[in-house]
Write a protein that binds this ligand. Structure first.
Ligand code: TIU
Length: 231
């Protein structure tokens, strides 16, 4: 299987599918559907739906080409012992973490709202990382899993662009991973933060990584017959 060259900003990036993982950050009902954590914070959750079609296409590509797929979920133990007081008490949400809402207890593991949206549901055998923080590496075994699979490049997708995606990309950088962020596979409750968040990743020669999109990633894979044949 050969390398694929993905057109991106600030420049094209070559990566090897066997050493590349798709990391789908927090595409959970609690963030994307009414009645969950995102809405309790006062957000219009319908804005996040924009990322679902491109994420779905990327998951299909990753599965067909044999790339490692990892899903993350933000949430806490039912007794909230892993939820910092500062996180629970922050802001003025209509419901706090652990309170009971229409999709079960807000941001609590095992509750319906904590689950991943049906369109992007993990396939059998795909890794699901439960994370208590915004970053996917904090207090999880993600780094060990990636090292053990010889992964050097991440395609980081999900919600929200400037919160959990950005935090995870920053954490990944400091651990030595190259991060590609497809713009249309991410979304924010604040469209301007989405745009600026992406700019911050690619600025200064790609200080945190490369920004691309699903069409350019699809085109890169389609251009490599060996990758397609191995799928
Ligand atoms: N509030 C917000 O924009 N995001 C989060 O709380 N978590 C994630 O981004 N997953």
């Amino acid at each position: 299987m050969g390398s694929v060259v993905i057109d991106a900003v600030p420049e094209a990036i070559a990566c090897h599918p066997a050493r590349t993982a798709v990391v789908m950050i927090d595409m959970q009902r609690d963030f994307l559907e009414p009645g969950g954590f995102g809405e309790t914070l006062g957000n219009d959750v319908s804005l996040l739906q924009a990322a679902v079609p491109a994420c779905k296409a990327l998951l299909a590509l990753a599965r067909a080409s044999g790339m490692l797929v990892i899903h993350t979920r933000e949430g806490h133990r039912p007794d909230l012992s892993d939820a910092p007081k500062a996180k629970i008490e922050r802001g003025a949400p209509s419901m706090r973490i652990g309170d009971r809402g229409p999709m079960g207890r807000i941001l609590v593991r095992g509750e319906p709202g904590h689950d991943i949206v049906p369109e992007l549901y993990p396939a059998a055998g795909e890794v699901v990382i439960d994370k208590p923080g915004k970053g996917a590496f904090h207090a999880t075994d993600l780094h060990s899993i990636l090292i053990n699979q010889f992964i050097d490049t991440l395609i980081v997708c999900g919600v929200t662009t400037e919160v959990c995606v950005h935090t995870s990309v920053r954490e990944a950088n400091d651990r030595g991973y190259r991060c590609i962020v497809p713009a249309d596979c991410c979304a924010s409750y604040f469209p301007e933060f989405h745009q600026v968040g992406l700019k911050m990743i690619a600025a200064q020669g790609g200080i945190f990584g490369w920004v691309s999109d699903m069409a350019r990633i699809g085109a890169a894979f389609a251009a490599v017959p060996a990758v397609r044949a191995a799928a």
